[in-house]
Unconditional design. Structure first.
Length: 151
């Protein structure tokens, strides 16, 4: 773990911290790779990790857009919360696939973050949407990652 700051400084990895009530970075963190091929080649992969790759794509785009990115860990975890000044202004959950089998589970972390930071809307990003299932959940907007990237 001593090499993580070095890897961050040479842009191999980027680190995001947990966001708690005080909005202060604390010890718990998530590490994202700048180059997915690097992680794929050197990592211990037991599956294709498509969800993790999609989450990594969203993280890199948030950095490119100049966002101050954290993640939420309360009763449930939300992949990204965006901080502006001293306030959390956006919550984003990333899921490889959203369908009848996992929609409620994926929503729980997003709803927890929305409740914690008093947000009226949250964003769920996914590779594919099963449009036949997605309920009209008040406050949760569901988009494919490609739609979000083009905005």
């Amino acid at each position: 773990m001593e090499s993580v700051p070095f890897l961050n400084s040479i842009y191999l990895y980027s680190i995001t911290f947990i966001c708690k009530w005080g909005l202060t970075p604390i010890i718990s963190k998530k590490v994202y790779t700048i180059d997915q091929a690097f992680a794929h080649r050197l990592g211990f992969n037991f599956s294709e990790n498509k969800g993790r790759i999609l989450e990594n794509i969203v993280f890199l785009e948030l950095l490119r857009r100049g966002k101050d990115v954290y993640y939420h860990s309360g009763k449930k975890e939300c992949d990204f919360v965006i901080k502006e000044s001293l306030d959390i202004v956006e919550a984003i959950q990333v899921a490889y696939l959203v369908d009848v089998n996992n929609y409620e589970r994926e929503c729980q972390g997003l709803l927890d973050a929305m409740d914690t930071y008093n947000l009226n809307e949250g964003l769920m990003l996914t590779l594919n949407i099963d449009k036949s299932y997605i309920p009209n959940n008040v406050g949760i907007k569901v988009l494919t990652v490609w739609e979000w990237l083009l905005n």
